[in-house]
Design a protein around this ligand. Structure first.
Ligand code: HEM
Length: 413
């Protein structure tokens, strides 16, 4: 909740705007609103590097939109033209290779940053009151970003795009009652071609802008509730907080520079590290690749999809793994937020990360042989953590004592 400690009070710190800025501000107070939210806004003083990822995600989102618009200007959304137009962007368009490399590296790092950002929320209990809506808007973003990434992966119309689309449309088709209709909406015919590509191109383009709108809501929610912090206790006095500028603008800048270094190293030195070679061959409905697998960021869900013997069951497990996160604020009733003070929850979360990685590895091995058992055990643990362990831990766990304030925890009482 907004308190004097976490709310920017610009009149107290920065003098009101004068001259032209003052004239505008009196009529449309955008300058004072910006100051209140991004200059004088107070945040807990103990935010660690994991709090850099919101800013990183925002900047990568802008980069994705900027590069995406130029790619779209040169892309042809047809069965016959899609692969060739992407090749032409890579080989003939001036700077096209760079645009595409930025967009592809951006997609991978965006998803990586998203998972880290989500895990930060899980670990420090940022989903608990009063941040439930903040958490829910984040999850809506997760679903939208996944849909956007999936639709985008279809567009080069390589072998993996085509066969990935084949797996997903068939899985959707397996939904009882409405499956056939959904599949028809996606493809409009019994084969994947012009209509499917065109629809997914529009979906990809549109979703990206809808994501921006939801990010607006998400960030507004952060500014209403204020940031959580590694201790998971609310700031009590001004001593517990720092102003956004210059403290967190500088910290975010350092995080962004380190991230940009990783980004450029990946993009220039290992541009195909995360790319699938099969997607550099044009889509061929007559030739199924030996291995159909999604991008790394979908592998845990692919593992879940394959761990259940029925197609619809697999779809339910994969969708359920995200749906369960929506109920988290009400599944975890512990009054303590941060896992730092919750020994059981801490071990449980470590298990959750291991289960998520194992599901991804099992997905990569098509959940065959021993990997089927691994996928099922990891899947059981994943759901068990949220549905059994967390609700029980809230009652049974012996938590560690909380510090009296953020400043006191830093020896500055
Ligand atoms: C397009 C994707 C996203 C963008 C651009 C974005 C952006 C941001 C920004 C700028 C912040 C404030 C700075 C920070 O705390 O790091 C933030 C905070 C937060 N985000 Fe996101 N976010 C995204 C997705 C998500 C997702 C998928 C979740 C998880 C469900 C999530 C949950 C949160 C939470 C809980 C906070 C407050 C954390 C705290 O104060 O402890 N966000 N986000």
């Amino acid at each position: 909740m907004k308190t004097p400690e976490n709310t920017g009070d610009h009149s107290a710190n920065t003098p009101p705007a004068t001259g032209l800025a003052g004239w505008i501000d009196q009529r449309l107070p955008v300058i004072s609103a910006f100051r209140a939210e991004y200059v004088d806004f107070r945040l807990p003083r103990n935010l660690n590097w994991l709090w850099n990822f919101g800013a990183i995600l925002t900047v990568v989102l802008v980069l994705m939109l900027a590069t995406g618009i130029f790619l779209a200007m040169n892309y042809t959304a047809t069965d016959a033209g899609a692969f060739l137009s992407v090749e032409a962007i890579d080989r003939q368009l001036a700077g096209g290779w760079l645009l595409r490399a930025m967009h592809m590296t951006g997609a991978n790092l965006f998803l990586a940053a998203l998972y880290i950002h989500l895990f930060r929320g899980l670990y420090y209990g940022s989903y608990k009151a009063p941040r439930e809506i903040l958490w829910l808007t984040g999850l809506i973003l997760l679903v939208m970003v996944m849909a956007t990434a999936f639709a985008g992966y279809m567009l080069p119309w390589g072998q993996m795009s085509y066969w990935g689309a084949d797996v997903i449309t068939k899985a959707v088709g397996a939904v009882p009652v409405i499956g056939g209709t959904l599949e028809h909406i996606m493809t409009d015919s019994d084969h994947l071609g012009d209509v499917f590509l065109h629809r997914f191109f529009v979906l990809h383009f549109l979703m990206a802008f809808l994501v921006v709108a939801v990010v607006g809501l998400h960030v507004t929610a952060v500014h209403i509730s204020g940031s959580n912090n590694p201790l998971g206790i609310e700031p009590k006095t001004k001593k517990d907080t720092l102003t956004f500028h210059p403290y967190y603008t500088t910290k975010d800048l350092v995080g962004l520079i380190i991230f940009a270094l990783i980004f450029t190293a990946l993009m220039f030195f290992w541009p195909n590290l995360l790319a699938e070679p099969a997607n550099y061959a044009p889509a061929d409905p007559m030739h199924t690749p030996a291995d159909i697998e999604p991008e790394w960021y979908f592998l845990p869900f692919y593992g879940l999809l394959q761990s259940v013997p029925s197609k619809f069951g697999g779809l339910l497990a994969a969708a359920g793994s995200i749906a369960v996160l929506f109920f988290l604020p009400w599944l975890d009733r512990s009054p303590i937020r941060s896992a730092r003070f919750r020994p059981l929850c801490r071990v449980g979360l470590l298990g959750l990360v291991v289960a998520f990685v194992l599901l991804a590895v099992a997905g990569k091995h098509h959940a065959e042989g021993v990997w089927m058992i691994v996928a099922r055990l990891a899947g059981l643990y994943y759901f068990g953590y949220f549905l059994v362990l967390l609700p029980l831990a809230a009652r049974m766990e012996k938590t560690r004592p909380l510090p009296s304030s953020i400043a006191a925890a830093e020896g500055d009482a």
